[in-house]
Design a protein around this ligand. Structure first.
Ligand code: GLC
Ligand code: MG
Length: 531
């Protein structure tokens, strides 16, 4: 894929790096053990010093918290636990003063069952808002209308005794799916986007975008022949008819038109699909859709050089003309990168994420190398874990509070016991300690982000794979006459590698100059100007 033609000024988000904040777990300011907007505002200098460009906030809207905010009861206000709309306005202003953009989480596929729209919808078959959600009579056998399975296990259909029909929920029954085939729903939800754009937000991460339209007539989903009982119930079926419907693309295009009417705003779509179908969500020049369909390849694949080399090449090849890539390995849903591959290799992962071509999204706490966290059974909160325990689907382990200091109770996150436990090693693994230690994970992230900012080749340059075999992954980033080489040792043994050029950064510190990569070492070298 080619570097953009000279003279084109790339939009901020192409150069930019996104930092995801999970508001419940960033900073508590009012002593209720749950993070909040004022807390985030207090910590903005930390975020700015990291060197990122934008913050994405997981949902902060009024919510019964059945799915910790992904069940929205009012799309145009702030959850009291998180603060007020004035707090939100102050947060946006404070972020902007520091040059940070702010993205909100837009949850269009479903609302809370407490949303007034749904309360009205379920009141009776004749309700004005009946058709705002997805209702169906029982199937031929008197049970649910079809075989669809919720992502959190169990049927996707919930029987509503009072009104005598089933309603659809792709997630919890407390999260009924909105009916995006209804133009009134579309209009109302586009108004929601306008509401926040008018308040100055710089864009949205759009929750489960590929779910928003379902096949007409609700045909049964095909059975997944590869399912086994270590997988969640969701994977028993292939979600052919419940997700990724062609009609959804027109809606994404409309969201984009709206965003573009506000200027330089960004839409990131949460979409789990193979490359060919994922990339369709960019749309095309005539009808663009989201700027960045999230690329979860680093979350979904094994961590080895060959696999990663191949998945990068496949993804680069799948991008449509002008489609800007993006990368992510952590979120409030995924297992922590350091828990997956170990802390030593997580340093190599950081170098990979921040040197690949495309916009990276970082997840809070990964910059501290937070790894496995112990959570006693009686403190599990995630409904996904509670409904299908022990399969490794639970998300609490990635949602523990930020450890700010070893010198204050509860790591400075809160003055009371937090809603989820801290990482067990918070007394040593915390922001204050890592700020004081030039060799820490935090400083590695800062150094990588600073280098990415300095070097156009890293921020915007072309990608060229060099080798991906054994433990060694090597690629170049090229801009004009500048060529940087990234060499990563994904293994735990020393591996031969000739270091031509000047070493700009090593994940282990800069002192080595032998013709090797040390175990779990990644380096960035400057090959100098190329003709
Ligand atoms: C997305 C969110 C996840 C949530 C689900 C339902 O995948 O990231 O946290 O549970 O959507 O809204
Ligand atoms: Mg609080």
């Amino acid at each position: 894929m080619n570097e953009k033609s000279a003279g084109r000024i790339p939009p901020w988000w192409e150069r930019g790096v996104i930092y995801q904040i999970y508001p419940r777990s960033f900073q508590d300011s009012d002593g209720d053990g749950v993070g909040d907007l004022r807390g985030i505002k207090q910590r903005l200098d930390y975020v700015a010093a990291l060197g990122v460009d934008a913050i994405w906030l997981s949902p902060v809207f009024p919510s019964p918290m059945a799915d910790f905010g992904y069940d929205v009861a009012d799309y145009t206000d702030i959850e009291p636990m998180f603060g007020t709309i004035e707090d939100f306005d102050r947060l946006v202003a404070a972020a902007h003063r520091r040059g940070l953009k702010l993205l909100l989480d837009f949850v269009p596929n479903h609302s809370s069952d407490r949303h007034p729209w749904f309360v009205d919808s379920r009141a009776s078959k004749g309700s004005a808002k009946r058709d705002w959600y997805i209702w169906a009579p029982p199937g031929p056998d008197g049970g649910p209308p079809n075989n669809w399975i919720s992502d959190f296990g169990g049927s996707s259909w919930e029987w509503d005794e009072a009104s005598g029909e089933y309603y659809l929920h792709a997630f919890l029954k407390e999260q009924p799916d909105l009916n995006w085939r209804n133009p009134d729903v579309q209009a109302a939800m586009f108004d929601v986007m306008r509401f926040w754009f008018d308040r100055g937000v710089d864009g949205f991460r759009i929750d489960v975008l590929w779910h928003i339209v379902k096949a007409e007539g609700f045909p049964d989903n095909p059975v997944n022949p590869y399912w086994h009982d270590r997988l969640g119930q969701r994977d028993m079926l292939i979600q052919r008819h419940s997700t990724d419907q062609p009609e959804a693309h027109a809606i994404a295009a409309e969201m984009r038109r709206l965003a573009d009417s506000y200027g330089d705003r960004l839409l990131v779509g949460e979409i789990f699909l193979p490359n060919d179908r994922l990339c369709a969500w960019y749309g095309n020049d005539e009808r663009p859709e989201v700027h960045l369909p999230f690329n979860f390849a680093l979350i979904e694949n094994a961590w080895n050089a060959e696999t990663i080399g191949r998945l990068v090449a496949d993804y680069e090849a799948a991008l449509p003309p002008g489609g800007w890539p993006n990368w992510v390995y952590g979120s409030h849903d995924a297992a922590r990168i350091a828990a997956r591959i170990g802390e030593a290799q997580a340093r190599v992962a950081a170098m990979l994420l921040l040197t690949l071509r495309g916009t990276p999204t970082l997840y809070q706490g990964d910059e501290l190398g937070i790894g496995r966290v112990e959570i006693p059974a009686d403190r599990i909160r995630d409904p996904r874990e509670l409904r299908e325990p022990g399969l490794g689907l639970g998300r609490d382990w990635s949602r523990t509070p930020m450890p700010w200091t070893g010198d204050a109770p509860f790591a400075g996150f809160s003055s009371v016991e937090p809603w989820l436990p801290l990482n067990g090693d918070w007394q040593t693994r915390n922001v204050a300690n890592q700020e004081a230690d030039r060799g820490s994970m935090l400083w590695l992230y800062r150094d990588l982000l600073a280098l990415r900012r300095q070097r156009t080749a890293l921020a915007l340059g072309d990608y060229q794979g060099v080798s991906a075999a054994g433990d060694l992954l090597v690629f170049d980033r090229i801009s004009g006459t500048e060529r940087l080489r990234i060499a990563l040792n994904l293994g735990e043994v020393e591996t031969g590698f000739v270091r031509e050029g000047a070493c700009l950064l090593s994940t282990l510190g800069n002192e080595a100059d032998r013709d090797v990569l040390r175990p779990n070492e990644g380096i960035i070298i400057d090959l100098g100007a190329v003709a």
